[in-house]
Design a protein around this ligand. Structure first.
Ligand code: FAD
Length: 440
């Protein structure tokens, strides 16, 4: 059953340009999309921007999180083994498919939908959320650059979760500064001979295919190659222990004279860097969504504790100092959600400044998540520090969002450089008189 439209619908109507009837129908569609909506601490207003069928998908993922992924999250994160059950569930339920084009069995989902789905997953389980951002990272270059024959052979199976790919960019001497890659792909007839090593590669222990970015010798350009797991000369190290993000292990790769057929090149020679940037762009938007989901979950947990716990004669949540902390967290999260929404819209439209907004969204959301999770853990006292309380896991998982897909400092550099570059040709501030400011 739907509800009676009210003042908030009139505001939505005014702001969106929809007729009142359209806004009301959207609300009805959303209510009808799944089980009756349970009120949430963080409002569902971003969902109003989605079509009814998209709202149903968010609702479906929310239900999966409530019934399966959320209750299983602690167990999934107990050991750093690939969480096959979670991955198969996400594949079976069509969540993995959101990353793939319809022509290959995917649902070609808009980013404005995907950020909502990833936010839902991140609210309960970083492993599940990272399986979706990791799918973008590892499969996007195949979608964008593989030959038609390779796409036909691989994409439907990747989409159904029957096989996996991994994205191998980072090297021991090239992380933030990816242009420092030293892996080399030397042309040899109708193939490339690949030598070098890669570090921190998610899914290295489970992937069937590796998207590898390497340098073309003497050209200063990069090439993307698709390397099968069983290629002669490819060695995968044992999994490497880490602080969090359990359920999606990492390992290193070594390539020794690995012969890769030219037909397995992604795009043209010289496209390697742009293919990597395209994959990273989608994954960055996903990281922001995951971080916001986790931050939302952390505030929900802290606010619940604030209601349950009595201190100094009243509930913890009735203390003004605690309310101010919660107010800061909730306000910042809503601001960050709004920024992410803009970044996702820009990506969907293909706006020229989409990458800068993705950097802003990722920087803001991931730094905010680390702060929110730290404060939420503080608010839950000793319980927050225990392993059987979810915030300990949230706390460990939050750190990687600030490092992976470009560390926060790298995004600051990208954004700051863009500000300085654009100001050179932007309108001069009307309060300034002519001439260099150094003459004031
Ligand atoms: C769990 C995990 C999974 C990963 N999965 C993958 C994967 O699947 N595929 C892949 O290719 N890579 C992957 N990575 C690698 C990841 O993308 C890199 O760790 C990240 O890009 C940072 O590179 P780095 O670790 O070499 O840090 P470095 O480049 O050594 O930088 C260290 C720190 O220096 C600071 N810094 C760097 N540059 C600047 C600057 N210009 N100004 C100011 N400060 C700066 C930042 O704080 C940064 O964190 C993964 C990493 C981890 C930990």
């Amino acid at each position: 059953m739907g509800r009676v439209p009210g003042a908030s619908d009139r505001i939505a109507c005014r702001n969106s340009g929809w007729t009142f009837a359209e806004v009301f129908t959207k609300m009805q569609d959303f209510s009808a999309a799944g089980r009756a909506m349970t009120p949430r601490l963080f409002s569902d207003h971003p969902l109003l921007e989605l079509q009814a069928s998209e709202q149903s998908q968010v609702q479906h993922v929310r239900e999966l999180c409530r019934t399966t992924i959320g209750p299983a999250a602690a167990e999934v994160a107990r050991e750093d083994r690939f969480a096959w059950d979670t991955f198969r569930l996400l594949a079976r339920e069509g969540v993995v498919a959101t990353a793939f084009p319809a022509a290959y069995g995917g649902s070609d989902a808009r980013q404005v939908l995907r950020v909502r789905i990833i936010e839902e997953l991140g609210r309960v389980c970083s492993t599940a959320a990272s399986m979706i951002t990791g799918t973008d990272l590892s499969a996007r270059a195949i979608v964008a650059g593989a030959s038609p024959a390779l796409k036909d052979a691989l994409l439907p199976r990747l989409c159904r979760g029957e096989i996996q790919s991994a994205f191998a960019l980072t090297e021991p001497s090239a992380g933030s500064d990816v242009r420092g890659l030293t892996s080399v792909a030397q042309r040899d007839g109708d193939a490339y001979i690949l030598n070098g090593s890669k570090k921190f590669i998610t899914r290295a222990s489970t992937a069937d295919w590796f998207t590898v970015v390497a340098r073309l010798p003497a050209q200063g350009r990069f090439v993307g190659l698709l390397v099968p797991r069983d290629a002669a000369g490819l060695q995968v190290s044992p999994e490497v222990g880490k602080l969090g993000w359990y359920g999606v292990p990492i390992a290193s790769l070594t390539f020794t004279d690995v012969r890769v057929a030219e037909s397995h090149r992604l795009g043209e020679e010289g496209d390697g860097f742009s293919l990597a940037q395209d994959a990273l762009l989608r994954a960055r938007i996903g990281h922001a969504a995951m971080a916001l989901g986790r931050a939302i979950g952390a505030v929900e947990i802290a606010a619940t504790y604030g209601g349950d716990r009595q201190v100094f004669g009243k509930s913890l949540g009735e203390h003004q100092g605690v309310q101010w902390m919660l107010a800061d967290m909730a306000t910042q999260i809503e601001a960050s959600r709004a920024l992410l929404q803009v970044a996702a819209q820009k990506y969907d439209r293909g706006d020229a400044d989409g990458a800068t907004f993705a950097s802003m969204a990722k920087l803001h959301a991931t730094d905010l998540c680390m702060k929110v999770v730290t404060d939420a853990l503080q608010l839950t006292g000793g319980r927050g520090y225990l392993q059987d309380f979810p915030l300990e896991r949230f706390f460990r998982d939050a750190k990687l969002n600030q490092i992976g897909e470009g560390a926060s400092e790298v995004h600051k550099t990208v954004i700051g450089r863009d500000v300085v570059r654009r100001m050179a040709s932007a309108e001069r501030h009307p309060c300034l008189r002519e001439g260099p400011l150094t003459d004031y």
